[in-house]
Design a binder for this molecule. Sequence first.
Ligand SMILES: [Zn+2]
Length: 658
Amino acid sequence: MHISSALNLIRVKLSFLVCLTLAANAAQSLAAQPAGATPNRAPLQPNAFNLLPLTSVKPRGWLLHQLQLQANGLSGHVDEFWPDLGSNSGWLGGTGESWERGPYFLDGLVPLAYLTGDERLIAKAKKWVDWTLANPQADGWIGPARNTDWWPNYVMLKVLTQYEEATGDPRVIPLMGKYFAFQAQHLSERPLKEWAIYRWHDEVLSILWLYNRTGDQSLLELARKLQVQGHNWQAQFADYPFKDKMDKSQISLATHGVNNAMGMKAGAVWWLISGAPQDRVSPDQAVAALDRFHGQPAGVFAADEHMAGRDPTQGTELCTVVEEMFSLEMDMSILGEPSLGDRLERIAYNALPGTFTPDMWGHQFDQQANQVISSLANRRWTINFADSNIFGLEPNYGCCTANLHQGWPKFVAHLWMGTPDHGLAAVAYGPSEVSSAVASGTPVSIREETDYPFRETVTLTVETARPVKFPLALRIPAWASGATVAVNGAALSGVETGQFYRVEREWQSGDRVELRFPMHIVNSHGYNNSLAVERGPLVYSLKIGESWYKIKQTGPAADWEVYPTTPWNYALVIGKDNNPNAFEVTETPVGNQPFSPEGSPVEIQVKARRLPEWQIVDDSAGPLPTSPVTSKQPVETISLIPYGAAKLRITAFPYTSD
Ligand SMILES: [Zn+2]
């Protein structure tokens, strides 16, 4: 027997035992073989790619370590000392916080626990989920009795679907069915209000999840009722009305950043039910509108916490980052557009890590692309407070403290999806292993070995009990010109960027697919004709010396200000021909904290000149000079590191041609 096959068997046996122990009170039937995807049931439209059950994709390599950092940081401990997630939470039967924070926490904790297999976290997650499963009201209502808002339950339903996939707990499906029946009965007299109006499609995801398992037609009726009462996001994105930074008098729930991030999946989700061609509008339309009016170099849009324009000193809320990622993951499943994977990676590998401390114990509420001081000071936010860009436990407001946990684990869970013709699709890249049933129900696993996004190569190794024919769809990023795909050393032809490249053959154990995505340095133009330096999925920022000052300690978590110790006001010297040879790339091994200035696995040297007139204004980098600029200062060599590693940074650079 192949050594890795033997290891796989041991792994399957171990996880079998773990599941048995954990769900001893749940009479679940555990298949010894990995389950495949659940396709959409008629009359729903088919997904481009079907979601695989949670735990089908496991992190490996640096990505496993990143999830372990998260588990050992705030995500694994916040409930031990933050009252809103403490033992008095309404979601544990107490009299405390009874709205969105418990469900938000679990929406990340459940996938983090089951993807890392961390017993301590699994026990924590189970305690919360058990309370909801054991304490429904007689009429079907779930969660704290004192909550009367439909919205937090949307999140709890997402939690339950993930938990059911990981454990097979038989209590989940009947409880969801009863809750939806209750809602269908009462939605007319108790219509959606406020947040629930703008986030209706998040509940529809759970309704469709259940429909695909039970076929209960009344669920589709409920989804239609929600759509009628819900906000029309397709209309908003089709002709985007909020084109500038919002004045306080202009704000509404339609200008709210997190709502917009969630709304980016509304059109695709609704199309599954309506089937109307006019509803199948690409989320690219939403991405393009948000880029045009509020776009930021790390792939997100500015909203602090309402739409804030393109100035790179405006903020992007962490909830917006993780919700846009989740929307793109759902959009990818439904529509299968390769550009969605490019955008997902850009956010996951830049904006997400860039707003955490390297150890994932602290986070910001608002991150800035040009972030030269992180401190208690009133900045030019639309409505946020003075502590919004410090790193800590609960800057500005605690929603992000509760909601940040879903970013990494859901990204890992959605790296791979199932093709409708019983194959597998790599929709985003990162070190991982996918195990699934493919054609004829044959179980296979594919090990993805890579230091992507820090390196250009990805190696996939297939393990299968017997030779099996199935398609493998590989996303070729739009930026990867010259990309190559080889199977067992033989290069394949017809590889094109911005496409899914399909390899359909009879696969045998040990077959290897080697992908190479050349990471050319590209300058993209942004606000005031500034330049952002990109290389593959990573955006690069000026490495600024950082001095961290602790300003508060709460249990094991600290709040920090960060001050610059080196100059930041540089213009890039790029030469008249925009010549990328001016850049020199240095690679070092991927270490324990790749998203830290010291641990950055890639550094780019480039020529620059200081711009003395560009100074601090309102505790942020002053107005960005329009490029090209002129400077008589001497040419220096500066270092750029990945955006996610630079906690102070310039990302949108002015430039000079000489
Ligand atoms: Zn938030």
